[in-house]
Design a protein around this ligand. Structure first.
Ligand code: PEP
Ligand code: MN
Length: 257
């Protein structure tokens, strides 16, 4: 094992809430929270498909400073209201220590995104929280670097960490990233942590989400995180890699077989 401290870890969720040993963890929702109605409609729909955790970014760490940066605090207020209205858990991203404390108040799980995988002060703060952390792989991170990032969190006492393979940069420019499917069993073998896959960011292309979901599950992934939007063509971010409701329904029926 590469990691000395990640072989004895806590289950990310209370098994009465989500028993990740028995059921796949499916997380779905828009890339970004755009309005109350958008999130409400999506949350109701995914819940009807059996999804227990809604995703949606309020703080969006965008590559360009001119791109939509998320609704920030207002987005978190929307998330709080929708969670209550629908009765669903949520994950949303913290981009720094300040947003971490705001996200903590609203979210059931705290996401640390690809761009912040080596934001060590954020990792240390995440390690002091008592909520599960979704740690996405840095887009140029090696497996070792990703495991060390998880250790930064675990060293503070929080071992409720779920790792997320979301694709890495390679010379392939056909897809947004290249999904490192082998990373899924490697992380499972080298740490005691659960691993989910993000074929939305992993490929950047809607028509590749289903095949890469199946590949990830075949490789042993404990779940998936999928971008879903009521009208992907109008999405403020990542519309090309978001499924509409019909496409998501189809994905769920295929993976549930
Ligand atoms: C996201 O999941 O909202 C996101 C920004 O993904 P990543 O950090 O993997 O790019
Ligand atoms: Mn996105």
């Amino acid at each position: 094992m590469i990691s000395k401290i990640l072989n004895k870890v806590d289950a990310p969720f209370d098994e009465n809430v989500i028993d990740i040993e028995k059921e796949k963890l499916i997380i779905a929702g828009p890339c970004a929270i755009e309005s109350y109605d958008q999130l409400l409609e999506t949350a109701r729909f995914i819940k009807s498909k059996g999804v227990k955790i809604l995703r949606g970014g309020a703080y969006k760490p965008r590559t360009s400073p001119f791109a939509f940066q998320g609704m920030r605090k207002e987005g978190l207020e929307i998330l709080k209201a929708v969670k209550k209205e629908v009765g669903i858990m949520a994950v949303t991203e913290a981009i720094d220590e300040k947003s971490l404390s705001e996200v903590y108040e609203v979210s059931d799980m705290i996401q640390i995104g690809s761009r912040n995988m080596q934001n060590f002060s954020l990792l240390v703060e995440a390690g002091k929280q008592d909520k599960p952390i979704l740690l996405k792989r840095g887009m140029s991170a090696t497996i070792k670097e990703w495991i060390h990032a998880a250790e930064y969190i675990a060293k503070q006492g929080n071992t409720k960490i779920i790792m997320c393979e979301r694709g890495i940069r390679t010379f392939n420019d056909y897809t947004r990233n290249t999904m490192d499917i082998a990373a899924i069993p490697i992380i499972k073998q080298e740490t005691g942590l659960k691993v989910i896959a993000d074929p939305s960011h992993g490929t950047g292309k809607r028509n590749l989400i289903l095949p890469m979901s199946l590949a990830s599950l075949a490789a042993g992934a404990d779940g998936l995180i999928i971008e879903v939007h009521p009208q992907p063509e109008d999405a403020l971010s990542d519309g090309d890699q978001s499924l509409n409701f019909e496409e998501f329904s189809n994905l769920i029926s295929v993976i549930k077989g």
